[in-house]
Design a protein around this ligand. Structure first.
Ligand SMILES: [Zn+2]
Length: 371
């Protein structure tokens, strides 16, 4: 058995030492389970680890996965005959687009594109996969199926998958990933080996942003603290233009707390036309980081704040808002985060949140009654 430092295992996967070590040992001893369920919050590297494992089982190099042999290359290009990557898609998507999307995702598992419409993995997709899986490996030792966001399987699709999981051919390896393991039927969960991937540390995110995504150090540092534990979220926020977003979020907050609530309504109306779920999520993330900073400041831990370049305003606000109010505001923002995740009406959630923050900070009654 090759002795490896954990830092050197699956180098494409950021952090996740514990999960890497477990998978590596199973791989080395030829004791991989026939199906795994990787779970953990969004953007921590579940698909990244699944992809590296998919490469490793058929890698022709010495240090598996080498990333350079023909087999590894084919997985990276999503063109390996023994590899299948499935993800939830809108019904209307053209076949050609389906392939391109999968290819982009496989090449860059930490970046997830936002798709319009309701997303699912249909029974037809699972039936197609079963047909494919019935054939023996074409060139590798094993056939590998990744089912990303497998909680989005429709009920008939989940039932069909269950049958395949019960008696898989020996060469088949299922790698399921999800942010919501509890949304999966227990029957599916119980047939997989579960592996939890934890949050990434700010240090790990900071390093990845600089080295892998070439962000300038100050920006990497800021972003790494802003969105706790998820590289995927951080990258998305970066794409959204965090500076612009933060400016907008903080000016809305100022108006909501100390200005005229009607203006906040107008700004939300103008700023969130159509489906801008990511932007709304970003606004809430910015405010969460802001209130976390206020909390840190009020506890005398100013050196750990994320919005250090706005220290003056942070200090002013931390002096006029009590600890209980900061905590109340954080709870309100977490509610908003959940509501946005559940496809609630964006403008309404934002409005209720901003007015709620005003009510908490100013000890006012329920101001939304007045509209
Ligand atoms: Zn290889």
């Amino acid at each position: 058995m090759v002795k490896e430092k954990v830092e050197e295992l699956f180098p494409q996967v950021i952090g996740q030492k514990k999960a890497k070590r477990l998978i590596w040992r199973a791989l080395q001893r030829g004791r991989l389970a026939h199906s795994y369920l990787f779970y953990g919050r969004w953007g921590v590297g579940k698909d990244a680890l699944a992809l590296e494992l998919a490469k490793a089982v058929n890698c022709q190099g010495e240090k598996r996965p080498c990333g350079t042999c023909q087999s590894c290359n084919w997985v990276t290009r999503n063109s390996h005959p023994d590899f299948l990557f499935l993800q939830p898609l809108p019904k209307s998507l053209a076949l050609e687009e389906v392939g391109k999307l999968a290819q982009r995702r496989v090449q860059n598992p930490y970046i997830q594109e936002e798709l319009e419409g309701s997303l699912s993995i249909s029974i037809d997709v699972i039936r197609g996969m079963e047909k494919w899986a019935a054939q023996r490996p074409f060139m590798g030792k094993r056939r590998v199926v990744i089912i990303s966001h497998c909680d989005r399987l429709t009920t008939p699709a989940a039932n069909a998958l269950l049958k395949s999981l019960e008696e898989p051919p020996p060469y088949l390896l299922y790698l399921l990933t999800t942010t919501h393991p509890q949304a999966l039927p227990l029957t599916i969960r119980s047939r997989c080996q579960l592996l939890r991937l934890g949050k990434l540390s700010p240090l790990e995110i900071d390093l990845a942003l600089r080295e892998r995504f070439s962000l300038p150090p100050p920006q990497a540092k800021f972003l790494s603290k802003l969105v706790q534990g998820s590289l995927g979220r951080t990258l998305r926020l970066h794409q959204e233009g965090w500076q612009r977003l933060r400016r907008e979020a903080l000016s809305l907050l100022e108006e909501a707390l100390w200005g005229k609530p009607l203006r906040v309504m107008a700004s939300i109306e103008d700023g969130f036309r159509g489906r801008e779920r990511m932007k709304a999520k970003g606004v809430i993330e910015v405010l969460l980081s802001w209130y976390r900073d206020l909390l840190l400041l009020s506890q005398g831990m100013g050196e750990f704040v994320s919005n250090g370049d706005r220290m003056e305003r942070l200090r002013v606000e931390s002096e006029r808002v009590s600890l209980a109010k900061i905590e109340g505001s954080l709870a309100k923002l977490r509610e908003a985060q959940t509501a946005i995740g559940l496809n609630a009406n964006l403008k309404l959630v934002l409005l209720v949140t901003f007015l709620g923050l005003r009510r908490i900070v100013r000890d006012e009654g329920d101001i939304s009654d007045r509209f």
